[in-house]
Design a protein around this ligand. Structure first.
Ligand SMILES: N[C@@H](CCC(=O)N[C@@H](CS)C(=O)NCC(=O)O)C(=O)O
Length: 199
């Protein structure tokens, strides 16, 4: 049985919960992280020295860093079309996963945190608008980020897509992105782990 250390309101944990649903895998959840269980114990730090969630334990194997967890689960409990084995197809998924982690999510997170703290966060706004506009343009050519079917790339990007639509700027109307969010919402795992629990 897999063990997942994470919390339902954590975007990075939610990605892993969604994939576990897609793969139909049972797991034990140990609620961990801010507001839940501690991450500063020697036992937890021995699993993830950075004290972050999610962490997955699979027998003797421990994996942290959410995108690494997604890839591990896809291989260990696949095969799955969510992370194709053919190199060129896999590279399409990988590039959008990396893009989501490096380019899409950080400016959005800074903006949301600044606003939550009563600051404008406007320094990050041009980058947020540029990345979501680029995503909208990409989605003019395919139903999902890496092609015409759901992949790990969409799971990696999903928390940020959901959070975009909670910003007033979403009113600028990115039609392809809106249609994409509706496609994601067709998936029970997205509704259960991204749409409902993430603010
Ligand atoms: N790059 C890491 C980020 C992990 C991370 O920052 N996780 C947050 C939750 S989304 C966390 O552990 N926050 C501290 C806590 O909950 O105690 C990943 O993708 O797993």
């Amino acid at each position: 049985m897999l063990t997942v250390y994470g919390r339902p309101n954590s975007s990075n944990s939610a990605k892993v919960f969604w994939l576990l649903d897609e793969l139909g895998l049972d797991y034990e959840l140990i609620p961990t992280g801010r507001g839940f269980g501690p991450t500063d114990t020697p036992e937890f730090r021995a699993m993830n020295p950075f004290g972050k969630v999610p962490v997955v334990r699979d027998g003797d194997t421990v994996v942290w860093e959410s995108n690494a967890v997604l890839r591990y689960l896809a291989v260990r409990h696949g095969p799955t079309s969510l992370w194709p084995s053919e190199e060129a197809e896999r590279s399409k998924v990988d590039r959008w996963m990396d893009w989501a982690s490096i380019s899409l999510t950080p400016p959005l997170t800074r903006l949301r945190k600044a606003r939550a703290a009563g600051r404008s966060g406007d320094g990050d706004l041009p980058m947020v608008l540029a990345t979501f506009t680029a995503m909208n343009e990409r989605l003019a050519h395919s139903d999902f980020l890496a092609g015409d079917r759901l992949s790990l790339a969409d799971i990696a990007a999903a928390p940020s897509v959901h959070r975009w639509f909670r910003l007033p700027e979403a009113g600028i109307g990115l039609a392809n992105l809106s249609a994409y969010a509706e496609r994601l919402a067709d998936r029970p795992g997205y509704r259960r782990h991204i749409l409902d629990p993430l603010s």
